[in-house]
Design a protein around this ligand. Sequence first.
Ligand SMILES: Cc1cc2nc3c(=O)[nH]c(=O)nc-3n(C[C@H](O)[C@H](O)[C@H](O)COP(=O)(O)OP(=O)(O)OC[C@H]3O[C@@H](n4cnc5c(N)ncnc54)[C@H](O)[C@@H]3O)c2cc1C
Length: 268
Amino acid sequence: MRILVCVKQVPDTTEIKIDPVKHTLIREGVPAIVNTFDAYALEVAARIKDATPDTTITLLCMGPEQAKAALTECLAVGGDTAYLVTDRKFGGSDTLATSYILATAIKKIEETEGKFDIIFAGKQAIDGDTGQVGPEIACHLGYPQITYASEANVVDGKLQCKRESDKGYDILEVAMPAVITVVKTDFEPRYPTLKSKMAAKKKPIGIITFADVESIIDAARIGLSGSPTKVKKTFTPVREINCVKIEEEDPAVAAQKALDQLNADKVL
Ligand SMILES: Cc1cc2nc3c(=O)[nH]c(=O)nc-3n(C[C@H](O)[C@H](O)[C@H](O)COP(=O)(O)OP(=O)(O)OC[C@H]3O[C@@H](n4cnc5c(N)ncnc54)[C@H](O)[C@@H]3O)c2cc1C
């Protein structure tokens, strides 16, 4: 079984700052981590590997040179091989262009290493937050997809996933190859050991540049100019908290005052 896990390196902060001129995230000076949901996706993949002999896990990340650190981290907790997709020509890509580049990179890897049975992604990246890249990769490749999976197991040659729903969860089955996006799981991602960390540092990371995929990619669909989404304006919303304290002793009077206030504020 051949599994690929998409891994995005993201800033380790909830305080995202946006460049007011370029309208892109300011990443300088912010420590970076593996996107949380990608760590869960890798753990789901690693559990399939534990249960299915001869399974390999390939990691794929698009980002700058520093994103290699995220791949090395993942190589220590289940990944076997890793690829970094990096080139100035890919910079400025929106989600559609990003997923197109990642899908093209997957095809490029498959040319030499063989088809993947399962492609995992996180349900969303904690910086961009769109949740679009996984499903878009499925569309570019023409594969079926299951989103919001918290478990995945191979049963009788098919992939069975536990998928979160509003009412609880569904058990869905899909033929492979398929794309699966993963939510927070009930189990924690495994920790690296000293030995696995040392081994990961020695594993080479393949680099995929524009030149490597030039013959199979449409240059008009990548980068800022190839991105249909244009950020026109960004702003930080003003948070105003107007607190009204009701200190009546009589509960009925207090309730009436609260009701009057809600009506006055047009909340009701
Ligand atoms: C007009 C525009 C210009 C932009 N320019 C830039 C720019 O110059 N530089 C920049 O860094 N960002 C830029 N972005 C943001 C960029 O498009 C997103 O970071 C990227 O497409 C991923 O979207 P997301 O973070 O919402 O991921 P989601 O769709 O929320 O991610 C879902 C999952 O997809 C996978 N995934 C997502 N991104 C990657 C990746 N890069 N590598 C591997 N797996 C991945 C992960 O498994 C992740 O959990 C731009 C966005 C727009 C709209």
